[in-house]
Design a protein around this ligand. Structure first.
Ligand code: ADP
Ligand code: MG
Ligand code: MG
Length: 251
């Protein structure tokens, strides 16, 4: 599904290397977690994959289903099946949640040469997805994320994911700022979307999210590199001993 090879990334504005040779391979239907201390480059990795400005790829590649992502515009990456759920979802005053999702969905369909979805069909689709994810229909009528609680914003990201049906979903610290109940709702939503043809990269600073979204593979990132890869037990090890221990071990 996703293959990252020797990815080196710096900042455009200043001479600073952030990612220093990241290698990562995510198979179809797999859930991989990336853990690591603050500042290790986890968000940078997700931004670079989604095509955000300000970063410069100096070496390496990242392919989605065999196609080079790094050569694509952000909207082409989305149409190819990539989805990034943000750590801090943005509020968009004046744009209705339904309009936003329908516009995004139809832009992707258009880019893939498919027909646009009618308003009636879209309404049916969203209502169905919202019901499955136990999302209040009220949330659909409001402007995107405006006045949403932290938990509602994250659930809205999961709803967008359900509607857009991406193949590769990246969740950057979706658990930050969520209480246990909200985290459970978001995790249930993600688990409902797990599928043999869909993969997830779950970025988190803490192990607790991984009690709810059980990963197949856990990677530890430190100082711009993946320093260790293992099974779910690796997350527990980190929880117990911290990252410092692991860095020492690797060094
Ligand atoms: P993480 O998500 O693991 O906490 P980040 O990817 O946010 O790490 O950051 C990695 C490093 O790169 C940090 O030292 C951060 O300060 C720096 N960094 C990332 N983006 C920028 C930017 N746009 N300008 C300056 N420094 C940045
Ligand atoms: Mg951070
Ligand atoms: Mg981050």
């Amino acid at each position: 599904m996703l293959e990252i090879k020797n990815l080196h990334v710096g900042l455009e504005e200043e001479d600073k290397q952030i990612l220093k040779g990241v290698d990562l391979k995510v198979g179809a239907g797999e859930v991989h977690a990336i853990m690591g201390p603050n500042g290790s480059g986890k968000s940078t990795l997700s931004y670079v994959l989604s095509g955000r400005d300000g970063y410069e790829v100096t070496e390496g590649s990242a392919t989605l289903l065999g196609e080079e992502l790094l050569d694509m515009e952000p909207e082409e990456r989305a149409a190819a099946g990539l989805f990034l759920a943000f750590q801090y979802p943005v509020e968009i005053p004046g744009v209705g949640n339904m309009t936003f999702m329908r516009t995004a969905l139809n832009a992707q369909r258009k880019a893939r040469g498919e027909e646009e979805m009618s308003a009636a069909d879209f309404l049916k689709l969203v209502r169905e997805k919202a019901k499955t994810l136990k999302i209040d229909a009220d949330m659909l009528k409001r402007p995107v994320n405006v006045g949403f609680s932290g938990g509602e914003k994250k659930r809205n990201e999961v709803l967008q994911m359900a509607v857009l049906e991406p193949k590769m979903c990246i969740l950057d610290e979706t658990d930050s700022g969520l209480d246990v109940d909200a985290m459970k709702l978001v995790s249930d939503g993600v688990n409902a979307l797990r599928d043999a043809g869909r993969s997830f990269l779950v970025i988190t600073h803490y192990q607790r999210l991984l009690n709810h979204i059980q990963p197949d593979v856990v990677h530890i990132m430190s100082e711009g590199r993946i320093i260790k890869t293992g099974g779910p037990e690796l997350a527990l090890e980190v929880e117990e001993n911290g990252y410092a221990d692991l860095r020492g071990e690797v060094a």
